[in-house]
Every structure is written in C-alpha cells, then in structure tokens.
Design a protein around this ligand. Structure first.
Ligand code: DAK
Length: 260
C-alpha cells in the first residue's frame, strides 16, 4: 500500500487539506496529486464543509514544486499523464463549489506556487518564499503558471517572476498582489479558519455561484462574463437561501442558510 501524503479533516465548517511529505518539502509526485484530488472530492461531497484550507506540513514548505527526482527520466507518455493529472487537480480546486484558501508557511515554488495560484485566496507567513524557478531547470511552469500568474499580477510582473526564476518574500509577493495578507506564522491557520468561518456565515449557494462567475467569466469578453454572471445570479432566485437571506434582513435577524 502506498504511503499517505495528503489528508482531509474538518473542524466545524472548515475543511483542511494537508500535504504531508516533508522529507521532499512536500514536492508533488503522481501519488501526491492523486491523493490531493481524492481529498478535494471528499471536501466537495462533505456537506458540513463550507470552505477548505490547503496547506503543507513540516513547517518548512507549502510545496517546493513538482518532484524533480520523479520527473528526471519521465518517458513522454508518463509525462503526459503527469501533466494531465496536475492540470485536472488544479482545475478541481477552481471548480470546487467552496472557497479554497492557500495557507503558505514556507516555500511555495514552481508547481507549489501554481497550486496556490489555483486557490481563491493566498495568505502567507513572513518567512514564506514564493517563485517560479522552472527556467533554472530548463523548463517552464506547466501547471498553468504562465497563464494564471499573468492574469493575477499582470504580464510584465509575470515575465519578471518567470524569466528570472527569483524567489520573493511574502511582503514582496503581497505588494505584487499575489498574496492577500501576510500573517504571523503562529496565527496563520487561525486567520484562515476565521476567513472560512466568516464566509461560511454567508449563503453557500451564493458563494459558490460568485466563485463560478469569477472563475468562468473574467477571462472572457466583458459581455460574455456578464452573461455568466446573469445566469449565476438568476439561479439563486427561488432557492430557500435567497428567501431566507432576504426574509432575515426584513425581520432584522441573522439569516440561517441551509445551502438549498
Ligand atoms: N523535488 C524533489 N525534491 C525536492 C524538491 C523538489 N521540487 N525541493 C526540495 N526537495 C528535497 C531536496 O532534494 C532535499 O532532499 P534530500 O537531499 O534531503 O533527500 C529535501 O527536499 C530538502 O531540501 P534542501 O536540502 O534543498 O533544503 P534547503 O533548505 O537547502 O533548500 C529549497 C530549500 C526549496 C530552496 C531547495 O530545496 C530547492 O531549490 N528546491 C527546488 C525548488 C524548485 O526548483 N522547484 C520547482 C520544481 S519544478 C509539468 C508541469 C509542472 C511542473 C512539471 C511538469 N508537466 C505539465 C508535465 C512543475 C515543475 C516544478 O515545479
């Protein structure tokens, strides 16, 4: 039986997925990606879970990239399978009906930074180092980094980050707009839990539709994005959450959403 490298747990409404392969700084090999994908499915189907924190164990890294040793002699067919596995797992994060927060406490490099880029928000401790060092290995980011990074921080900043392969500290990454907040190491997980709890008090169907509209719409022409927003908006009318949210406002009480 293969080792367990990725686990899913839940505390209240907060799901946590932990990548736990510290001897290789949580580097992504096929087993890690398969287990990550399985944990994301668990989180999706866990009705009590209203948001997920994705983090790395060991105190040194979020994820230090794809596993270089396992890629060295990869035959083309296996390389393709690895690529498809990585791309589909990151897509799963974007398509998850709940927010996914990357909690970065240490290195987030290469495929590790690409993993964080697929998440909805990124929070990092001060010691974190982020970067896309692939060009140093003679390759380029291949889990969507050239695309997601350029869309998030702009093409020129993405060029600078990718062409140099430099590592950036959390404060600099925040100034780039890559990290939303830098949080002291000891408070990072509580901060992320607080964020999921806060979002968890909103209508879950509304949050899911807002995530979908942002992820599916923002790369399209504005009128196509607006059409996606309109459909997402309309789909919420007639749900019990919409009725509850508006009724609660009129009755001057807190809404109790059921996600229905
Ligand atoms: N892969 C495998 N092992 C890694 C690793 C990685 N990415 N990063 C670290 N490790 C291992 C080290 O080899 C070392 O193992 P032992 O020697 O102890 O057996 C252990 O983790 C501890 O690392 P260090 O001893 O190097 O620790 P330091 O504190 O000195 O340095 C570091 C930390 C993060 C600066 C350094 O480890 C480092 O530079 N790591 C590599 C970072 C990197 O280059 N990351 C990008 C990897 S390339 C694809 C799509 C995407 C990708 C690939 C294919 N397809 C579409 C097919 C993505 C590619 C990448 O991510």
């Amino acid at each position: 039986m293969s080792e367990t490298y990725v686990t899913y747990s839940r505390d209240g409404v907060v799901g946590t997925i932990t990548i736990d392969r510290p001897r290789a700084l949580n580097a992504l090999n096929p087993e890690v990606l398969v287990q990550l994908s399985q944990c994301l499915k668990e989180a999706e189907f866990d009705r009590e879970c209203l948001g997920v924190i994705l983090t790395g164990a060991g105190g040194k890294a979020f994820v230090a990239g794809a596993d270089i040793a396992s890629m060295l002699d990869l035959p083309p067919a296996e390389g393709l399978r690895f690529a498809e596995l990585g791309l589909s797992t990151l897509q799963q994060i974007e398509d998850l009906s709940k927010p996914v927060i990357a909690a970065i406490n240490g290195f987030a490099l290469g495929g590790g930074m690409e993993l964080a880029l697929a998440c909805d928000m990124i929070y990092a401790s001060p010691k974190s180092k982020l970067g896309q060092p692939e060009v140093k290995l003679g390759i380029i980011p291949g889990f969507g980094g050239t695309q997601r990074l350029a869309r998030l921080v702009g093409k020129n900043r993405a060029r600078e980050i990718i062409f140099t392969g430099d590592m950036y500290d959390a404060q600099t990454a925040a100034a780039f707009g890559l990290v939303q907040a830098v949080v002291p190491e000891a408070e990072l997980m509580d901060y992320c839990r607080g964020m999921i709890n806060k979002i968890g008090r909103m209508g879950p169907l509304a949050v899911a539709q807002a995530k979908r509209a942002i992820n599916k719409g923002t790369d399209l022409a504005l009128d196509s994005g607006l059409a996606i927003e309109k459909l997402a908006f309309m789909s919420l009318f007639g749900t019990s959450d919409q009725r509850e949210g508006m009724t609660a406002f009129l009755e001057k009480r807190n809404a109790v959403f059921k996600g229905e």
